[in-house]
Design a protein around this ligand. Structure first.
Ligand code: ADP
Ligand code: MG
Length: 245
């Protein structure tokens, strides 16, 4: 049985000036699937995430989300973008808003939810990421791990069909990495569709349905975590793994 893929990239190409940063990318993500993207620095992983939620345009190819072709620009983009959640390495919370306001702002502005509805759902999500007790605080009063969990709740508040995580634990002190990975593992178990750029190989082994290995703007290899970690097919992947494991 094959479901209709939720995210489909076909022959996606992207340049930054002379730099060919994404080369002929074909990638499908099934509903409920957790795809972990790994690869050396500069290989195009962040750009891939950013094109999927249209923070970056593409020069060639197509991207569709849940059967809808992403327009190059223009109307409907905000709505489409809300289908794709994004969690960044640097949290990107609104510094002058409380934790709860960070989570309710998008639903009120973009989804036109009432304040009461947005707050009720916001508190549910803060509970889900285990941080409801911090709802009235400002981001600077929170640890990095707590801020990142707020960012995850904020992404969830838009009811995205898929969430992109771009190295969500890379900026965290080591003792805070696990609390964020635990929340992500819960989401994966609950069936959230996720694309996760990470160097956390333990998470990749446990939570990924599929590993995508990128180098030089290309998908070099795609396989199950088991296969990828025990028997990588490409020289590039073997070389990469030998440096990080
Ligand atoms: P990764 O996330 O795998 O480290 P990136 O997608 O961030 O890789 O970057 C891929 C390449 O594109 C790098 O060489 C980077 O310097 C370049 N790049 C990324 N963003 C821009 C930009 N806005 N303008 C020019 N070059 C960029
Ligand atoms: Mg990156």
């Amino acid at each position: 049985m094959t479901a209709t893929p939720l995210v489909v990239l076909e022959n996606v190409n992207k340049h930054f000036g002379d730099l060919h940063v994404l080369r002929d990318i074909d990638l499908s993500v099934q509903p409920g699937e957790v795809v972990v993207v790994i690869g050396p620095s500069g290989s195009g992983k962040s750009t891939l995430c950013r094109t999927i939620n249209r923070l970056e345009t593409i020069d060639g190819g197509t991207i569709s989300i849940d059967g809808q072709l992403l327009p190059k620009e223009g109307r409907g983009l905000a709505r489409l973008r809300s289908d794709v959640g994004m969690v960044f390495q640097s949290f990107n919370l609104f510094a002058h808003k409380t934790v709860l306001q960070n989570v309710t702002l998008g639903p009120m502005k973009v989804l036109k939810k009432s304040k009461a509805d947005a707050e009720q759902r916001g508190m549910e999500l803060l509970t889900r990421v285990r941080i409801a007790d911090q709802a009235g605080k400002y981001p600077a009063q929170l640890s990095g791990g707590q801020q990142q969990r707020v960012a995850i709740a904020r992404a969830l508040a838009m009811n995205p069909k898929v969430i992109m995580f771009d190295e969500p634990t890379s900026a965290l002190d080591p003792e805070m990495v696990q609390e964020v990975l635990d929340v992500m593992t819960d989401l994966a178990k609950e069936g959230m569709t996720m694309v996760v750029v990470t160097h956390e190989m333990g998470f990749a082994r446990r939570a990924a349905n599929r590993v995508v290995f990128m180098a030089d703007g290309q998908i070099v290899e795609e396989s199950s975590p088991d296969e990828f970690f025990t028997n990588p097919r490409s020289e590039r992947a073997r070389d990469f793994l030998s440096k990080i494991l």
